[in-house]
Design a protein around this ligand. Sequence first.
Ligand code: HEM
Length: 462
Amino acid sequence: MSTETGPAVGAEPRGHRIAPGPKGLPFLGNMPQFARNPLAFFERLRGHGDLVQWRFGPNSCVFVADPECIGELLTETERSFDQPALGIAFRTVMGNGVVVARGTEWRRKRSLVQPSVRPKQVRSYAATMAGSTVELADTWSGGERIDIKREMAALTQRIAVRTIFGVDTPADAEAMGRAMDVAQAEIGKEFAGIGALLPDWVPTPGRARIRKAAAVIDAEVGRVVARHRDGGDERPDLLSRLLTAVDETGAHLTDEEIRDETVTLYIGGHETTSSTLVWAWYLLSRNAGARAALHEELDRVLGDREPGFDDYARLVYAQAVVKETLRLYPTIWLVTGVAKEGARIGGVAMPEGTRVWSSQWVTHRDERWFPEPEAFRPERWDADAGDEIAEYAWFPFGGGPRVCLGTRFAMVEAVLILAVLARRFELEVDPGTVGPVPTLTLQPDREVLATVRARQRVRRAG
Ligand code: HEM
């Protein structure tokens, strides 16, 4: 990688370069190219090197593509880099939950939320994950046409509502799910559109829809929290764990904090996991070898039974399918930080305020780390081969102090969903290329329609 040292990036007089990079327009810099197609823009930046200077409007930015630099950015978050403040859309929906909070407040919240998503707890959510998927599988039949995006979104929504809120009455779950969907869609639009550049006080129709959705979420979550507090008994959902969590002073989370964290976990985990599954089905449908290897593993490990938590560790190929899907289609496709005083990346001093960007999309498709990067090859993740992959060449869950809190939750959920459905069915996605659209998450650019094919009777395990 390039480790040029030299004067600090943002301290340079305008026009003087200390790192290579593209030319930009007066005032706007490279903003128009970024806005038009951020994935293609980042790919072009990569053509300038591993540490590239560019401008977002008047602000000096650096793009890093090298795993070592990405590791520095991620592991130094909070110490040398701040995460940029999130806009009004995020704050209206997620309040001051762990994704929005910064500094000391973030540290407190993270330590309160973390125990509820530990591997030991994820074990207790696994039965709901598998059971909800079995309910879906029971409604599918061979020859049926499905919209995979819609099916996966509904399934992961059901799982999120059940595991986080313990809500199982269809009316409650539906009202909450609908409001969350509106909120999430509007956050995505604001993130990817002009809304991200508008000051918080500017009223827009999207922001009005977010406020309306947030009011429904407040009321629904408020009702569920009150019911949990009244019930008193220990339940196996995430909300119950948050209700008993205490910080180092012995204080519990307030109702408002509980609302913020549960909604944060829902928004953080729902669309990310559901989109990952859509991409996984698409890739499996286009790769007969990988599909056959997955089916072989499911038949061998599960035979005629449904999977449970203990199968997760045995379903190594299914895990590799999810990892390889997240390599090619990382649902979170960029991470950024804002340099604090004294921050350095790759030996280069970053003046305070410099915004440093990296993109999973670019580094995950770099042939130096992944030979034949466009090929879907779960075998890359074989125990031996997987060890050779450079640290931070693959970072779909981020890394460092703010690494995704739901990594284990998401991996177990995705593997169990694939296992339940692929044991019984193949999904034959309609011909044609599905491309990525980078909103808040990396979304397919169109409906992903498929024909369900029932698989031949599976063999017994053993
Ligand atoms: C495939 C699914 C998922 C992907 C790709 C993903 C990715 C990520 C990434 C990249 C970050 C770090 C963002 C940054 O540093 O800017 C993150 C943070 C986070 N994720 Fe996930 N995530 C997934 C699923 C989940 C699930 C299921 C949950 C909850 C159960 C969750 C909860 C969170 C939370 C709370 C944070 C914020 C952590 C903090 O700031 O301390 N995620 N996720």
